[in-house]
Design a protein. Sequence first.
Length: 471
Amino acid sequence: MIMSRIEARRDEDAAHTGNLTDRLLAGLPAEAVLTDPDVTSSYANDMASFCPAGAPAVVVLPRTVEQVQHVMRTATELRVPVVPQGARSGLSGGANATEGCIVLSLTRMDRILEISPVDRIAVVEPGVINATLSRAVEEHGLYYPPDPSSWEMCTIGGNIGTGSGGLCCVKYGVTAEYVLGLEVVLADGRLMSTGRRTAKGVAGYDLTRLFVGSEGSLGIVVRAVLGLRPKPPQQLVLAAEFGSAAAACAAVCRIMEGGHVPSLLELMDRTTVKAVNDLAHMGLPETTEALLLAAFDTPDPTADLAAVGALCEAAGATQVVPAEDAAESELLLQARRLSLTALEAVKGTTMIDDVCVPRSKLGAMLAGVEQIAAKYGLTIGVCAHAGDGNTHPTVCFDAQDPDESGRARESFDEIMALGLELGGTITGEHGVGVLKKEWLAREIGPVGVEMQRAVKQVFDPLGILNPGKLF
């Protein structure tokens, strides 16, 4: 009797999947619809730890707006959840599949449709790789500033979905500040345009900004109008070594208080420096307790670096080394970009936190993380976009050790609690996804949750768009 029920349920699931697949194939080429479980399972997760994921019923890889519309109409008619994905380089579980869903992978919608040097805009599809766009606009003397550390693989659609940042945010800001307009396929398949391609525009509610950071829960971005800037001069980088993280954080405060506008201001603690050296043998000074990297892309970066170097020395830097040219600068930046990869190699698995605090609280944040690491007997390295207070405490642990995994999860939660206590936010650029749902509610409060759910209801009344994320 029990086996008969199980077999009947399997038959019912297979029939449902078959009907869904047939309906999708009515408006999509066969190569765009993947049903082999061995293939679809590879689309179940992004790069976050401790985030549950279900098995997709089907993975769809559209190439046109019309194909995305067909997917959403089908999903609405059959009441099937849809999980939009880009490169799955996210760190919060926001792209994780839900059981029986359609995974809507937008990686094949990868065309740069327009670059206008006069209007200083680019029009792109969501699957365009960040670095690809950056290099394409550079040929026109232009610059697309948002540069996540994963810029060689992450997509513009994913950047928009999570509201991502990067190394240059201290001067140029985050993704949201460069998204001027969007074309979005809604849950029922209708196509909506938001925003503008003009330099200014305040017509109606700013729905464009609403979609940035919404993690695919309100609609599917299929086209974006992005603002560009003139290409700045080649930046030069300075490295400052400190005997304590507190001294490095004090230097950050002096630099910002002094009115300086670095194009980059990054911090690596001693754990991170050691991990990078172990991985890449870069010869960074392992005697340091904190390494601060500052860069300027001004007409005279040498003078700016000298002024910042003096402030670092006044704050207690034991050594200040300005790069002499672009090659030395790039070498220093490569060390910073390797931070997360290097920390992952320490134990094999990491949980990467994304707490942003006021700059004035940066020292307290790092000190608190050090105490949490000691409390739980864990290795926790911190790299940070110090210029805007966005820290990435990275918990290193052995995923095969249940006790260590449990301590890692507890330490992660304590770090987020610390960030809120210091007047910060639980995420500066990675998003909420599955990993931080509970913490979102704590940060914005019950009224905030109620209003955000009401917005979700307007755009997605059936609750089929990336369900289980954010709330």
